[in-house]
Design a protein around this ligand. Structure first.
Ligand code: AMP
Length: 142
């Protein structure tokens, strides 16, 4: 396995060098909307500490990411009137990983609606901004 690359795109977002549609932040985790959502409200949760994926992430950071994943999934069910949530997480290229800072996908689902293929379509900035605002408010209120 390769070493962690501090210039990966999510590391740049965590350092504030690139913009994102933030929905949640605490001392150890950060969450923002996926810009090519597989369904409306598709969110990514990351540990702040450098970790390529679950294979090199300290267990405590991984456990914290799981707690935040649950918190966001619960809020997303309400705010997007979802019927379910798909959680995905990929490790190394062979495991489907494209960006090499650990992240968990939270994808709100409607009954009978297929997810779009991965990275198929960039969502409009105003749509992402509105969804992020709604989800951030629901998480803050939870
Ligand atoms: P994966 O590493 O396979 O989990 O895929 C990386 C995910 O990051 C894909 O769903 C992309 O749509 C998403 N993505 C890539 N660049 C950005 C970005 N700048 N902001 C938000 N999401 C991104």
């Amino acid at each position: 396995m390769h070493a962690y690359d501090p210039n990966n795109i999510f590391a740049k977002i965590l350092r504030g060098e690139l913009p994102c549609y933030k929905v949640y932040e605490d001392d150890r985790a950060f969450a923002f909307l996926d810009i090519m959502p597989r369904a409306p409200g598709h969110t990514l949760v990351l540990p702040k500490a450098p970790a390529r994926n679950i294979l090199d992430c300290p267990a405590d950071d991984l456990a914290h990411v799981a707690k935040v994943t649950q918190k966001i999934a619960q809020a997303a069910m309400k705010v997007f009137a979802a019927d379910g949530i798909t959680v995905q997480q990929f490790n190394e290229g062979a495991g489907g990983q494209v960006v090499f800072h650990l992240h968990v996908h939270i994808i709100p689902r409607k009954a009978g609606v297929m997810m779009k293929p991965p990275a198929s379509e960039k969502e409009k900035p105003d749509v992402l901004a509105e969804l992020a605002k709604k989800l951030a408010a629901a998480i803050a209120a939870s």
